[in-house]
Design a protein around this ligand. Sequence first.
Ligand code: PAF
Length: 281
Amino acid sequence: MQVITTKAAMRDTVRGWRQAGGSIVLVPTMGYLHAGHMALVERARTQGDRIVASIFVNPTQFGASEDLSTYPRDLERDLAMLNDAGVSAVFMPQVTEVYASDAQTIVETTDLAKILIGKLRPGHFRGVATVVTKLFNIVQPDAACFGEKDYQQLCVIRQMVRDLDIPVRIIGVPTVRDSDGLAMSSRNVRLTPDDRAAATILSRALFQAQDMAKTGITASRLRAWVAAHIGAEPRADVQSVDIRDARTLRSLSGPLTGPAVILLAVRFGSVLLIDQRVVTP
Ligand code: PAF
């Protein structure tokens, strides 16, 4: 496995691979890998000949009040996991390699970036869309894998690729859960043991919501039920519960007529957890 830190070396490597033939799948990450990331790598393996994983803790997607310096990191372990998984190259640039000090250009999905998580974390999706565009331009993959856990991020990236005619196939990979149902996330290590146990309410609420969606319930009533069910857990500080059209993220209130996504953002102590599930009536 090659470890590449510069854009020039990444492009050279890709040029060589292209000459030899075969396709490239990118798995963008911010490192501190867990089973959720490895599911992206596994899926990438079925989609192309060579996998490039990127490890880059992208400063532009962190808000002023969010501490970039405490984002968990374990590079040695990440590299060992990617090597074992048969990744061809890891692209892990420094911040100064990715962002020139005089950079002026951003990429933003104007509507999608302002709703839901975008409201709680202003500027977050602008940072994501900009860095993903840059990664696409540097690695020039045929396809790229993103987790469905970050559902709004996946919608933002799909929209951006459509709007800007970026020739990369976007593959959404289902959320990987711990045996107790908690969605895998790098943030989970920051939960206290009590909050960790309490946070399992999220997946339990989502799974019950799927059963309720089959009963002809309206989106408003289902939303209210999920919010009340999670809110009854004393350690859960519910930030948002939304039910949206699974493709457009348009708000829903009436009877469910097609796939809808339930999106949760809930704080446990200082840790904001997100989770989601697509339910069908
Ligand atoms: O999902 C993530 O880890 C990040 O948002 C991504 C897509 C790697 C962009 O920095």
